[in-house]
Write a protein that binds this ligand. Structure first.
Ligand SMILES: Cc1cc2nc3c(=O)[nH]c(=O)nc-3n(C[C@H](O)[C@H](O)[C@H](O)COP(=O)(O)OP(=O)(O)OC[C@H]3O[C@@H](n4cnc5c(N)ncnc54)[C@H](O)[C@@H]3O)c2cc1C
Length: 89
């Protein structure tokens, strides 16, 4: 839906924010570490899951955007191996 720019106030007893499918919080950790993000505001990583800060690795939804548990698990496993390789070299 195209935004109209109009503001509408709707009275409600309960508002449930279903916002799981947005990028990670930029304020705090990401900004403090000055990590580069992509055009969808997810953390940019190279093929070794390394961020723009050499000693910082990232994985899962924070890098891909909203996805599936199995993909997050696979990403975590890949990242753990990459960190191990980095520390040993
Ligand atoms: C509503 C909803 C329903 C879903 N249903 C399914 C489903 O049915 N099947 C499926 O496969 N997937 C589903 N998913 C997707 C799945 O939950 C995610 O892909 C998966 O949890 C991603 O794992 P992750 O470890 O990358 O991130 P997360 O599980 O989001 O873990 C990130 C963790 O980091 C913590 N964190 C964030 N910022 C900081 C910080 N600055 N300092 C310290 N900790 C921090 C968070 O609190 C969180 O505990 C669903 C997602 C949502 C939102």
């Amino acid at each position: 839906m195209k935004p109209t720019g109009k503001t509408e106030i709707i009275e409600a007893d309960l508002v449930f924010l279903s916002m799981g499918f947005v990028h990670p919080e930029q304020e705090g950790l990401l900004q403090e570490l000055k990590l580069a993000t992509n055009d969808r505001k997810n953390i940019s990583v190279n093929s070794s899951q390394q961020t723009s800060s050499e000693k910082v690795f990232a994985c899962g939804d924070a890098t891909t955007g909203a996805s599936l548990v199995v993909r997050a698990m696979a990403s975590g496993k890949k990242t753990a191996k990459a960190i191990d390789h980095y520390l040993q070299s």
